[in-house]
Ligand binder design. Structure first.
Ligand code: TYD
Length: 427
């Protein structure tokens, strides 16, 4: 769908990231070092966004010379510590990804020093979505927002096809005076009414509303990652590491599992896996997995994807293909058919297949929890399950990525992170 704009410029502090804590603490520390009176938090908040020297002059009564010195003291703490006392606003990473992968120009135009913006963009992994990062320094000393905006646009860009998103009146006023669209991020550090009074075209209280406005429709859809692998392959450990990795990058993550993942499906899980269910027919087993899946997709996976979250699911349809179609020899057609209602709306974009040879898998299982009904199956069953995974991986090498799970936890995770980065970059 064609968007209203081709060029999307974002302020950083208070728009992309909540950098408040680091800035407040570093200003307070700087004033203490200089023997100046302390400021209230509400005044410290005013330092977030505008050029620092303006704020030191306005709120601490400093001369231009004094404010220059204050900035150099401030940076002693901010550059190493304060920079990382920040977090991306929930949903912003997915918005930047959606704009970038959709072919739009995405840039930062901020009065922060450029080297800091670059460090933060790399730290949060959003650098891959940015066509330009414009801040001050490296020959650019003007912190006039209009100069920053102009530098963040590619040559020949029509201002009317560009929009500036920011949380302070400086952003809005500069955008308007250059003929760009202007959108206010009211979740940042604006004062009540500041952005509307400055004449913003639209003002939003949270990132999902902003994203829906910029992208049209419902905002960005999330991403679905499933994890597959033999018993004892270390899936749970890697899933927990992946969640932390993605959350640090500002994504909202939903961790879930199959069979299970929601109350009804967890009850079905008990029926399927219980040793009391010995003798269950293969068809009944396959249908129960499919039943638990359709409920899980409707109640958990689909709603999470709809609001732009990343779903990491411990096993999904591929398990049914490997275990029921191949292991139980029910055939792929039957298993795909009964799972059609579940996967119609939700299919993983990336499946990480953690591979471990059977002897090692058995050794690891022997050290773990008591075995369930599936785990006590005979060796020829597991050989067929493995053949199922091999066939799937061969048929869909782009989606199903094989990971050697015999390596160390760190080495396995490095491989997983590489695959996930490819997905995040939209490659
Ligand atoms: P679980 O304890 O979650 O195993 P793991 O830790 O190995 O993931 O039990 C799930 C079992 O169910 C596992 O042996 C694989 C099997 N299974 C199927 O046979 N078909 C399916 O569709 C799914 C999701 C799982």
């Amino acid at each position: 769908m064609a968007l209203k704009y081709d060029y999307f410029l974002f302020d950083f502090d208070g728009t992309i990231a909540d950098t408040g804590e680091g800035i407040r603490k570093s200003v307070a520390w700087c004033l203490e070092q200089l023997g100046k009176p302390a400021l209230d938090t509400s005044v410290l908040d005013r330092f977030i966004g505008p050029p620092l020297h303006d704020s030191f002059e306005k709120y601490c009564g400093m001369t231009q010379e004094e404010s220059e010195r204050a900035i150099s003291v401030y940076r002693r703490r901010y550059t190493d510590i304060g920079l990382y006392e920040s977090r991306l606003y929930p949903g912003i990473a997915m918005l930047l990804r959606a704009l970038h992968t959709g072919g739009s120009w995405v840039a930062i135009a901020s009065a922060k020093p450029r080297f800091m913006l670059e460090k933060l963009a790399a730290y949060y992994g959003i650098d891959k979505y940015l066509d330009a990062i414009v801040g001050i320094g490296e020959g650019r000393h003007s912190s006039d927002k209009r100069d920053l905006i102009l530098a963040a646009l590619p040559e020949g860009a029509q201002p009317a096809r560009a929009v500036m998103v920011g949380d302070r009146l400086y952003d809005i006023e500069a955008a308007r005076s250059l003929g760009l669209g202007s959108v206010g991020a009211d979740y940042g550090y604006s004062l009540p009414g500041e952005l509307a009074d400055a004449g913003a075209d639209a003002v939003f209280d949270d990132v999902p509303a902003l994203a829906a406005h910029l992208l049209g429709g419902d905002g960005p859809r999330g991403l679905f990652i499933s994890m597959e692998g033999s018993d004892g392959c270390g899936k749970s450990t890697q899933i927990a590491l992946l969640r932390d990795y993605l959350e640090r990058r500002g994504f909202e993550v939903v961790l879930t599992r199959e069979p299970g993942g929601c109350p009804i499906s967890e009850r079905v899980r008990e029926v399927i896996l219980s040793l009391d269910s010995k003798g269950m027919s293969s068809e009944c087993e396959a249908l129960l997995y499919a039943a638990s899946r359709v409920e899980h997709v409707r109640k958990v996976i689909e709603p999470a994807l709809k609001c732009g979250k990343i779903v990491i699911c411990d096993r999904f349809l591929d398990s049914s293909i490997a275990y029921q179609a191949y292991g139980r020899e029910l055939g792929e057609d039957f298993v795909r058919q009964i799972n059609a209602p579940a996967v119609r709306h939700a299919a993983p974009q990336l499946t990480l297949l953690l591979e471990l040879d059977r002897a090692e898998s058995r050794r690891r299982m022997a050290q773990g929890a008591p075995l369930d009904r599936l785990e006590i199956e005979k060796e020829d069953f597991f050989a067929r399950v493995q053949a199922g995974y091999d066939a799937l991986a061969q048929a869909e090498p782009g989606r199903i990525r094989r990971i050697d799970a015999s390596k160390s936890i760190e080495a396995v995770f490095d491989e997983i992170a590489r695959e996930v980065e490819r997905l995040l970059a939209g490659r």
